[in-house]
Design a protein around this ligand. Structure first.
Ligand code: PLP
Length: 451
């Protein structure tokens, strides 16, 4: 029964947080989240906070569903743990892999489980390199990814990602090449979004030719860059990427860690954008965050080649963890039986879309983007020129986020972009609350920025 201040002090003294400045944390204290239900969090001071980010884009079915706890308890009592190494298995892992094969695009019939999205992307690096080894082309090992992409923060995931501060702190593994991102608002200059989308996609072709097709194993991309700021690519982008991957016969990995399990209005973002991946990275919404679990869903074409080569020499103690798998399976049952993917489409268009795009009326809001329940707004001092604020990048976004925090709404800022990805079960009335608090926060931040 410690006070908030006492807990914060203890937290700063002993708990090193991910992606957090430790000294800043010690000075200010972290907000302590005590409980959550539906789309609302409650903190240690009793504030009810609407969660516009579904935690870290993961609590797709909303907080506090008792079914998942019940399943976890039952599974823990029956078989709390067993591994899936060395020709052993168990029912939860079997059932979840079979269910994923059912809901994944045609031909994607095999799942390799991991504990997280980062681990799954590490699996993918080994998988695609092994694929080409077995095919007798071991020199094909370069993976092409995008600047400002995010694929996790293990050494593998962080290297696939294109975030320079992550590379700067600890380096990156070899054999990863980054091309530019399809962010028209920030980098499109005078081009139309359509031309810009083609130009950015064609950088893949240029890179393949420069590196040599005999050295390139795969391309990886998020259907929509999430942590990079909800960068929705122009409509021309993915079809051109697909054409290039097909033309050169390189493997395509869609990182669906955020876009999977309904976020974009289809079960997978690949469907929304017409992508035909060989591998999909999954995590987050797979269990709605109720248990840590991720994986790689693998197409027959890749699986069969890798299997031909014998053992992959890869695995995690918790690959297919029975409790996590049972919880994920229950989560998938809820998503499907309750029509949550259909709900995303219904509530996103036109209800949220109208309100979200109307934020562009605000004096410092430029581009507004929304696909399903994944949205961003770009903050700018000049909508016509798409200018950046003179202050250090992210300063204004940070101010808006601070006002959001004070107004009991969670929105994330990525530089000077504000983003949302609420639980997929959000109702129209809850959308009203989210938008109203977002507007209030924008107004308050604008006042500070103007003065
Ligand atoms: N890939 C994408 C697209 C992500 O957004 C994330 C996490 O935000 C990851 C991978 C890493 O997942 P995890 O944090 O579960 O390791």
């Amino acid at each position: 029964h410690m006070s908030t201040a006492e807990l914060q002090k203890l937290d700063a003294a002993h708990h090193m947080h991910p992606f957090t400045d430790a000294n800043g944390l010690a000075a200010k204290g972290a907000r302590i989240i005590k409980s959550a239900k539906g789309v609302y969090l409650t903190d240690s001071e009793g504030h009810k906070i609407i969660d516009g980010m579904a935690g870290l884009w993961c609590v797709n079915i909303g907080y506090g569903r008792p079914e998942l706890g019940n399943v976890a308890k039952r599974q823990m009592d029956e078989l709390c743990y067993y591994n899936t190494f060395f020709q052993t298995t168990h029912v939860p892992a079997i059932a979840l892999a079979a269910e994923l094969a059912k809901i994944a695009p045609a031909g994607m019939n095999h799942t390799f489980f991991a504990g997280s999205g980062s681990e799954a992307n590490d699996t993918n690096i080994r998988l695609v390199r092994r694929y080409w080894q077995v095919k007798g082309m071991p020199e094909k090992r370069v993976i092409i990814a995008r600047k400002n992409g995010y694929h996790g923060s293990t050494m593998g995931g962080g290297s696939l990602g294109g975030m320079s501060p992550i590379h700067a702190h600890g380096g990156k593994i070899d054999g990863i090449h980054h091309i530019d991102q399809p962010d028209w608002w920030s980098e499109g200059g005078d081009m139309t979004p359509e031309d810009f989308g083609l130009e950015r996609a064609r950088q893949l072709e240029t890179a393949i030719n420069e590196i040599g097709v005999d050295k390139v194993a795969a391309f990886i991309g998020e259907p929509i860059q999430g942590a990079g700021g909800v960068i929705v690519p122009p409509a021309t982008y993915w079809p051109e990427i697909q054409r290039i991957c097909d033309k050169y016969g390189i493997l395509l990995i869609a990182d669906e860690v955020i876009t999977g399990f309904g976020r974009t209005g289809n079960m997978f973002g690949s469907t929304t954008f017409g992508i035909r991946p060989h591998i999909m990275t999954i995590a987050k919404g797979l269990s709605s965050g109720y248990q840590p679990i991720g994986g790689s869903i693998i197409h027959d074409e890749v699986f069969n080649v890798v299997a031909e080569g014998g053992e992959l020499y890869h695995g995690y103690t918790y690959s297919g963890h029975p409790v996590a798998a049972a919880v994920a399976l229950e989560n998938l049952r809820i998503i499907q039986e309750e029509g949550i993917v259909e709900h995303v489409r219904d509530v996103a268009h036109p209800y949220l879309a109208e309100k979200w795009h109307a934020l562009a009326d605000h004096p410092m809001v430029g581009e507004t983007k929304l696909v399903g329940l994944m949205g961003s707004i770009a903050l700018t001092p000049n909508k016509a020129t798409r200018a950046k604020f003179a202050a250090e990048a992210g300063t204004v976004g940070f101010k808006v986020r601070e006002r959001c925090f004070a107004n009991n709404v969670i929105m994330r800022h990525v530089g000077d972009r504000m983003i949302i990805a609420p639980p997929l079960v959000i109702t129209p009335a809850e959308i009203d609350v989210l938008i109203e608090r977002a507007k209030k926060s924008l107004d308050e931040a604008y006042k500070i920025v103007k003065d």
